[in-house]
Design a protein around this ligand. Structure first.
Ligand SMILES: NC(=O)c1ccc[n+]([C@@H]2O[C@H](COP(=O)([O-])OP(=O)(O)OC[C@H]3O[C@@H](n4cnc5c(N)ncnc54)[C@H](OP(=O)(O)O)[C@@H]3O)[C@@H](O)[C@H]2O)c1
Length: 349
């Protein structure tokens, strides 16, 4: 394919509301040595897009500071971590055989080589992302999905939500036959947790709200508890023997009050704080039962390889809630912020 010189991108030039997302005609990036150029087929939205735009991550010692998740953002920045598309060019000396392959980009920037490296940066935050017609990525971070039965929309839904979910499940050591609790279960990460935990042979208890509960059940949850009122009592009733692994993106009171739900040796894995980030709990409930609270961000290269294996055989099937043209990125982000949807919202360049 002939690569044009310029492309349409949606960029942010500072922190703020959805209105800071502006269309721009910019140069198509040139892949450096070791990189490829991907024509974006679909880019999925994540909460991190909203938080990065708003600068809502705070800083150590200054929780109210405007900041990206790893510190200051270099503006202008093209957002978008979740890209599926086709390789259209490779950097100098690169493998020309990649051209034409349908790929998913692992958006993580790692702190080292090897399968257990930690993510310390993200496409769309520490480098330009996929709210654009083209994006560059390290060749080592693109995964060939040409033969996957999943659509581009479904592939784009995988990296952050499913990568985060698989990272939580792996770090929590969830095993077949164990009981898992999933909070925020109708969301992007939550539905991924439900699907992967179920595929792993766990008994899945989910917390969701109102009309979204049916979709969570369809995704594989054995029991869905409404988060409106009396959640803990209901959980106690559906899991009288307790929970092995909590997979939690809500934290807040759920973690403060819910910790005693863990069985002996149970694990409470936290990857989000939709319900509040300042949490207190009785540490006696932690050490007297050999339970663990585990922080989890995104995935490792090893987790991502595992995820791509699942996607190649369609062992996970992301649910797409809505698709918008790229120019309507602000509208799509508003829709995401309303949280009326079930599954992932995607943009099409
Ligand atoms: N650490 C990481 O690497 C990482 C990666 C991705 C996301 N995250 C974080 O994980 C969280 C979820 O992300 P997502 O993309 O899945 O979000 P999402 O698609 O917006 O879904 C979140 C779901 O949580 C529930 N919820 C919303 N507000 C809540 C509240 N105040 N209390 C309890 N439940 C609430 C809602 O479901 P119901 O109405 O059905 O309950 C909502 O659908 C976010 O905080 C995000 O920043 C972290």
């Amino acid at each position: 394919m002939d690569v044009p010189e310029t492309m349409r991108a949606m960029r942010i030039s500072g922190h703020g509301g959805p209105e800071v997302l502006e269309p721009a005609e910019v140069a198509v990036p040139t892949p450096a040595a070791g990189e490829v150029l991907v024509r974006v087929g679909a880019v999925a939205l994540n909460n991190t897009d909203l938080w990065t735009r708003e600068g809502a991550y705070g800083r150590p010692g200054d929780p109210a500071a405007l900041s990206g998740w790893r510190g200051p953002i270099d503006f202008p920045r093209v957002q978008g971590a979740d890209v599926a598309g086709r390789v259209v060019a490779v950097g100098p000396g690169g493998d020309e055989g990649l051209v034409g392959r349908r790929v998913v980009v692992d958006p993580a920037i790692y702190d080292g080589e090897g399968p257990d490296a930690n993510p310390v940066g993200l496409m769309g935050s520490e480098r330009d992302g996929g709210y654009a017609e083209f994006v560059t990525a390290p060749a080592a971070r693109v995964h060939d999905m040409t033969d996957s039965p999943l659509t581009d929309d479904q592939l784009a839904a995988l990296p952050v939500a499913y990568g985060t979910a698989l990272g939580m499940i792996e770090r929590g050591g969830l095993r077949e036959g164990e009981t898992a609790l999933v909070s925020g279960a109708s969301g992007g990460v939550g539905l991924a947790l439900v699907q992967i935990a179920r595929a792993r042979g766990a008994r899945v208890l989910a917390i969701s709200s109102g009309s979204k509960s049916e979709a969570v059940r369809e995704a594989g949850a054995h029991e869905v508890v409404d988060r409106a009122a009396g959640t803990l009592a209901r959980l106690g009733a559906v899991a009288p023997d307790g929970i092995d692994v909590a997979l939690d993106v809500v934290a807040g009171e759920l973690l403060s009050d819910g910790l005693p739900l863990l069985r002996e040796g149970g694990r409470w894995v936290v990857a989000g704080a939709l319900g509040g980030y300042e949490v207190t709990f009785d540490v006696r409930r932690l050490y007297l039962h050999n339970t663990r609270v585990i922080g989890s961000t995104m995935h490792t290269p090893g987790h991502f390889d595992l995820l791509m294996e699942l996607a190649r055989r369609a062992a996970v099937r992301p649910v797409i809630a809505a698709a918008f043209p790229l120019r309507e990125a602000a509208r799509a982000q508003r829709e995401l912020a309303r949280r009326d949807h079930v599954g992932k919202i995607v943009l099409h360049p």
